[in-house]
Design a protein around this ligand. Structure first.
Ligand SMILES: [Zn+2]
Length: 399
């Protein structure tokens, strides 16, 4: 029998919620016993011909999706994220889910009705603890458990319409996804305000019943700050707008901040944040998590997200390097001096990536400091003799 067929729920872009929790028998301490997860009714089975047809097509989409180059294939990180979902919603509920991490700079996660969960690298880059991630996954899981998407489907859409809707939604997703040609399953579905509120409430309940501390308001606060940073930058440069249609379906971020701040006050300090384990588990993947942000077009947002992680969890060589790359790639004259400063901070830390010396060298050369630049580039070649750009760099060193 097929397990885990529920309806899906896709995501939520800036609208995530929070929540989460618990499970794994070990050590789950339900806050004062007041909060428990709702009883689990078992995996949802599609009803009727239309739903069964839809499920079959979703399963087929997942088979194609699994081969997508957008997926970050790392068993350790994937198992880590999946484990947080299990602790959040319980082993019974998570047993039917499959987790995939996708390289995409947006703050997002989604769950398809057949049990496929997708977590974007942009989400992992922006949260600072297991408790925060639990809150976001719990919100998505709440849409899934309540079958919000299926409700929309039942309201009159045919299977074909629903699939067209899923594909269309997929087309809205960022290019990294669309470029795979397998963009369908993970659409950005807009939920109604009532559904968002319901998902927030259920996520708070799940988290409070789990081993995690309810800590979601900080995420909302930072998303607001990030959007402010982007708006400021765009006001100056008059670039495109954020996707307003998606944001409109969610309660305003500040309302959600207020909702969770109140919930957190009531919940108190029960439960664990697990910030250090989160920092340690994600540190080896900073490049994977931040590269899509750095290569995107949202300089101010990317800079905010990097700074925010550094300020919260500490700066290491990799994070200094990434911030240096962000400035170097934008490449305004003032950016080069700034980038050089970050690279200099990176090289005095343990485990600076070899590309730090490339960055130092290229910035120095462009700033007119040839001797210093060539020395740094030579150091890069020494540390990474087989780099893909070694031949080009060698030309700069030898001329
Ligand atoms: Zn939502």
């Amino acid at each position: 029998m097929t397990r885990g067929h529920r309806w899906m729920a896709s995501l939520s872009v800036f609208g995530l919620g929070l929540a989460a929790m618990m499970s794994s028998g070990a050590g789950a301490v339900a806050g004062a016993g007041e909060f428990t997860r709702p009883p689990y009714a078992g995996a949802y089975e599609p009803q009727g011909v239309d739903e069964r047809g839809l499920w079959m097509q979703l399963d087929e989409y997942e088979r194609r999706f699994r081969d997508s180059p957008a997926i970050l294939r790392d068993e350790t990180l994937t198992a880590y994220v999946h484990g947080i979902l299990c602790r959040t919603v319980g082993a019974d509920r998570c047993g039917a889910m499959r987790t995939y991490i996708v390289r995409d700079e947006s703050f997002n996660a989604s769950m398809a009705p057949n049990g496929l969960m997708v977590v974007h690298t942009g989400l992992l880059a922006r949260v600072h603890s297991e408790a925060e991630l639990a809150a976001v996954l719990g919100h998505e899981f709440a849409h899934f458990e309540r079958r919000h998407s299926l409700g929309r489907f039942r309201k009159g859409r045919s299977t074909a319409d629903a699939l067209a809707w899923i594909s269309l939604a997929g087309a809205v997703s960022r290019t990294s996804f669309a470029s795979t040609g397998n963009s369908l399953i993970i659409g950005f579905v807009s939920y109604g305000r009532d559904q968002e509120s319901e998902a927030d409430a259920l996520s708070a309940q799940l988290v409070r019943a789990s081993p995690y501390r309810l800590r979601a308001s900080g995420i909302w606060k930072r998303l607001v700050d990030e959007q402010d940073a982007l708006r400021k930058e765009r006001g100056l440069r008059k670039i495109k707008h954020l996707t307003p249609g998606l944001l409109d379906s969610h309660p305003p971020e500040m309302q959600r901040f207020a909702f969770f701040a109140k919930q957190e006050g009531e919940a108190g300090d029960v439960g664990e944040d697990r910030r250090d384990p989160y920092k340690e588990a994600t540190a080896p993947y900073l490049r994977d998590l931040f590269d899509p942000l750095i290569k995107g077009n949202d300089f101010a947002g990317a800079d905010y997200v990097i700074r925010s992680r550094g300020d919260a969890l500490g700066w290491d060589a990799q994070l200094y390097f990434l911030r240096g790359e962000l400035y170097r790639l934008r490449g305004n004259p003032r950016d080069l001096a700034t980038a050089r400063g970050f690279f200099q901070q990176a090289v005095v830390q343990p485990l600076a990536p070899p590309e730090t010396w490339r960055g130092l060298g290229l910035c120095a050369m462009r700033l007119g400091d040839r001797t210093d630049g060539q020395a740094s580039l030579a150091e890069y070649l020494k540390r990474s003799p087989n780099a893909g750009d070694a031949a080009a760099i060698r030309l700069l060193v030898e001329n």
